[in-house]
Ligand binder design. Structure first.
Ligand SMILES: [Zn+2]
Ligand SMILES: [Zn+2]
Length: 168
């Protein structure tokens, strides 16, 4: 599924004579950011955009200075599906999510995420949705599926505009 989505994204830009619109353009940047993701379970890229400027980028993986997920840094991600089923034991996961990192990076550099648009290659989980709401992000352009109904409900209740492009 993830492979299919990134292939579809690539195809869009191959189309002859077509200049990508802003949402396609920024989503292609989120895909480039995603390539830096270091998590054995999933790879996600996120960027924050304000006034057509990228103000922050984030991908998922273990925190700075902590052993990479791909090198065994996260016990949950490296554990078996039986031990740590998908979507469960998130409190045992050492990896930060892309949406979490994109907000934290903005904070670290003193840039306000208020009124920004988030471009992300997967739909946000509940925890990230809460952060997105409180960071003041107003719009989300996303691809992919994350089995998180509560996250989606919270974003809707908080009146954040969510636009799904490509993917299913
Ligand atoms: Zn991981
Ligand atoms: Zn998340």
């Amino acid at each position: 599924m993830e492979e299919k989505v990134s292939q579809m994204a690539k195809d869009v830009y191959k189309r002859e004579g077509k200049r990508p619109d802003w949402d396609e353009y920024f989503m292609s940047v989120a895909h480039a950011v995603r390539q830096r993701a270091d998590c054995t379970r999933r790879q996600v890229g996120s960027i924050l955009v304000k006034d057509k400027r990228i103000i922050s980028t984030g991908y998922n993986g273990t925190p700075a200075g902590i052993k990479n997920c791909s090198e065994g840094g996260c016990e949950r991600c490296n554990g078996s599906e039986e031990q740590f089923p998908r979507g469960m034991h998130l409190d045992k996961c050492v990896c930060s999510h892309a949406e979490e990192n994109v907000i934290v990076q903005a904070a670290r550099h003193g840039v306000s995420a208020a009124e920004a648009t988030l471009y992300t290659t997967n739909s946000p989980c509940t925890t990230c949705s809460k952060m997105i709401i409180n960071a003041g992000i107003k719009r989300i352009i996303m691809e992919g599926e994350y089995p998180d109904e509560l996250g989606a409900k919270l974003l809707g209740d908080a009146n954040i505009e969510v636009i799904k492009i490509r993917g299913e």
